[in-house]
Ligand binder design. Structure first.
Ligand code: 3H9
Length: 686
């Protein structure tokens, strides 16, 4: 075996040369890997004894793409598309041996090979769109030539990889290899190509066609999903070019559009989020290799919407759950809702009925906390009331086995105060799920003052297992997300008192990229959460709406009127109530521009984020951004509130906060961290 450089080797196996990439952890295509591949191909071509070449990878995966850490740095030759052209032009057959994931530049490289073989568990995809990019090394030109326009459109705009079996059906791979020995299979495959005189298939030579209507229909069908993002549209244009232009021209179109995306703020934001997601899993003061506790059985207290949704996460991951509810009817209803949710997913074809039954068979409904005695993790998800929660934790302390993790799903309350009623505060933490808990990715893991490192590490790993994006938050009112949301809500309410209408605020927030504005969100959640007819004073707008039975979507009216299909229209009744509110407060309404609405809603949140950082309630600005991305629908192409603040410029944010502060009371007092950074020309994010 010859080392071509630090990350590539060439081994001659009789008449076949095996060119291996070994660049842990994911064999990303760094400059050294690109150089090594070119060297290896050249040496194999030059060696008269070699008849064919296999391109393989060491470690857990085939090439997972370009090296994202090189983005933004001066590009180093050879460029990836040149490497792929060299592979494709090789006079000796090149076979890609794929295991793990062939992603992005990795799949593009494989598409430059004459044949591709893969193990059944392999996944192949072009995820560049998720980084705000498009496959820039011929992927958009080669993929549709192999799998057809429609499949290619789905793959490049979703970024979701496909499994090897489907890839084989679509012609993306030529053969399925045995799971445990892709290399030997690929070598034998290359030998067969040589022996049988099979052609050196060049994807670039294939033809692809599609009617323009296909693209129009695809754009229409996905308009909502792609709203605000540049990359999906650019990817579609590249696939159009693959149909309408000769291969080399199509490549040039792809390169031009790639460069445009690469220099834009959206791709910077999305690449930042890629690393933010991984950074959030790292807890600064936790020693590497911190032990974890085994979690084999979970208990959930409360079978309402939250408790049910939380339980489903674990059932879906194959973990048995005992769900406890005080009231028999509520328990029955809760279990029924969970089954109904699973069955709906099955109806949509995203789950088999066997899986529904398997998941439900892991559920044990119970009316007694004593049934939680042998659980490794118990999550309390009852009404948001400190006394009730304390009572439950006191009982749990006497029931649940030692060493179990006791978690509260509280959204606001002091986890330390809850932990203090137990004899084992080191085993207590917060696990704040977001509704619907079986769908939303965010999990705020609240670290109490006494939460032990192994509890924290266990919960972080468990979160990953159930597909959550976990972010650690310190104990404070509302933790990271709700604490910041409160500020937006406050401003939204003030804005409609001063002159805007709820739909003005919602439109601005929606156009910014959120799935909906604060008043639509309130209608969706229900305006009567925490409201009661007995205690209502009829003073606030919410009181007045609820008193008129305008409780939100569920009553088909709230801030808006709703049709049966949940289409919303502004309500004249609400308009009237809003005007009366202003009058009652002695406020002379004024015209409020969209820009002011946006800044008033977003900048105070950023300011709160700065306070959270300074108080150490979040470890890093990017953790705050992950919370907003995965829990509140902050548009990914803006990177999250803290990243967005950096793109706006902290001086601008600070200046506006001071301006608003001068207009009203001390509501906008800038956080010292924001002042310091703005004055020093600094940023929140790296
Ligand atoms: C591209 O290819 C552009 C082209 O069209 C060409 C243009 C000319 N680069 O996720 P994990 C790191 S764009 C650098 O925890 P897993 C990651 O940060 C690229 N580093 O593992 C982490 O580091 P750390 C298209 C990368 O097993 C470590 O590897 N490709 C890259 O859960 C482990 O990662 C993609 O977008 C990279 N490309 O998942 C694929 N990838 O340990 C992106 C990972 O310090 N990657 N790292 O935190 C993935 O989707 C997942 O990493 C993968 C493994 C599924 C491969």
């Amino acid at each position: 075996m010859t080392a071509l450089n630090d990350v590539t080797t060439l081994e001659i196996d009789g008449d076949i040369a095996v060119l291996t990439v070994n660049n842990p952890p994911v064999n990303a295509l760094s400059a050294a890997v690109r150089r090594g591949i070119v060297l290896g191909i050249e040496q194999a071509i030059a060696d008269a004894a070699v008849k064919g070449i296999v391109l393989a990878c060491a470690g857990r995966t085939f090439i997972a793409g370009a090296d994202i850490t090189e983005f933004g740095k001066p590009p180093e030759e050879p460029w990836l598309d040149a490497v792929i052209r060299i592979i494709e032009a090789s006079p000796k057959v090149v076979v890609a041996a794929i295991h793990g994931t062939a992603l992005g530049g990795g799949l593009e490289t494989a598409l430059g090979c004459h044949y591709r073989v893969a193990v059944p568990s392999a996944k192949l995809g072009l995820p560049e769109v998720r980084l705000g990019l498009l496959p820039g090394a011929g992927g958009t030109q080669r993929l549709p030539r192999v799998v057809g326009v429609e499949q290619a459109l789905v793959m490049v705009t979703s970024g979701t990889p496909i499994g090897a079996t489907l890839a084989a059906e679509k012609g993306l791979i030529d053969a399925l290899a045995p799971e445990d020995d892709v290399l030997a299979f690929a070598v034998a495959f290359a030998r067969k190509v040589v022996a049988d005189g099979m052609p050196l298939k060049k994807v670039r030579d294939l033809r692809v066609s599609a009617e323009p209507a296909v693209f129009a229909a695809f754009r229409r069908a996905n308009a909502r999903k792609f709203r605000g993002f540049d990359a999906p549209e650019y990817n579609i244009r590249c696939i159009e070019a693959a149909v309408s232009q000769p291969f080399d021209e199509g490549l040039a179109t792809e390169r031009g559009l790639f460069m445009q995306l690469m220099s834009g703020v959206q791709s910077r934001a999305q690449q930042y989020l890629f690393f933010a997601e991984r950074a959030a899993q790292k807890i600064p003061d936790l020693p590497a290799g911190t032990a974890t506790r085994p979690v084999r059985k979970v208990g959930v207290i409360g079978a309402g919407t939250m408790g049910g949704g939380i339980s489903m996460n674990f059932l879906s991951a194959g973990l048995p759950v005992t769900i406890v509810e005080a009231n028999e009817k509520a328990l029955e209803r809760g279990v029924g809702v969970m089954r109904g949710n699973y069955e709906n997913t099955a109806k949509k074809g995203r789950l088999t009925m066997e899986a529904v039954e398997r998941n439900m068979s892991l559920l044990t409904p119970s009316m007694s906390l004593h049934d939680l005695a042998d659980c490794d993790l118990v999550i309390e998800a009852v009404f948001e009331n400190m006394q009730i929660k304390k009572d439950i934790f006191e009982k749990l302390d006497g029931i649940v086995k030692q060493g179990a993790i006791l978690a509260s799903n509280t959204s606001y309350l002091d986890v330390d105060e809850i932990a203090a009623v137990t004899s084992r505060p080191q085993d207590v933490c917060g696990m704040h799920f977001f509704s619907p808990a079986n769908v939303m990715r965010l999990l705020e893991v609240v670290r109490g003052a006494k939460t032990s490192p192994d509890v924290l590490e266990t919960v972080m790993q468990l979160a990953r297992k159930i597909g959550k994006a976990a972010v650690v938050a310190g104990v404070c009112h509302g933790f990271i997300g709700n604490r910041m949301l409160e500020l937006r809500q406050r401003e939204a309410n003030k804005l409609i008192l001063e002159g805007a209408m709820p739909w003005d605020v919602d439109r601005v927030i929606y156009d910014f990229g959120f799935p909906m504005g604060p008043f639509q969100m309130a209608d969706l959640a229900g305006l009567d959460i925490g409201w009661s007819a007995d205690t209502s004073k009829g003073v606030t707008l919410r009181d007045q709406l609820c008193e008129r039975d305008r409780r939100g979507q569920k009553t088909r009216c709230g801030f808006y009127d709703y049709t049966e299909k949940r289409e919303h229209t502004p309500s004249p009744i609400v308009e009237d109530l809003v005007l009366k509110q202003s009058a009652a407060h002695g406020v002379t309404r004024r015209q409020i521009g969209d820009q002011e609405i946006l800044e008033r809603c977003i900048y105070p949140m950023i300011n709160e984020g700065a306070l959270i950082l300074e108080e150490g309630k979040a470890y890093r600005a990017s953790d705050i951004d992950m919370v907003w991305l995965t829990g509140y629908g902050f548009p990914a192409y803006r990177g999250g509130p803290m990243f967005y603040a950096d793109t706006v410029g902290l001086k601008t944010v600070l200046g506006k906060l001071r301006e608003f502060q001068a207009m009203s009371e001390a509501d906008f007092r800038p956080a010292p961290l924001l002042v310091r950074l703005a004055e020093a020309g600094g940023k929140f994010t790296k």
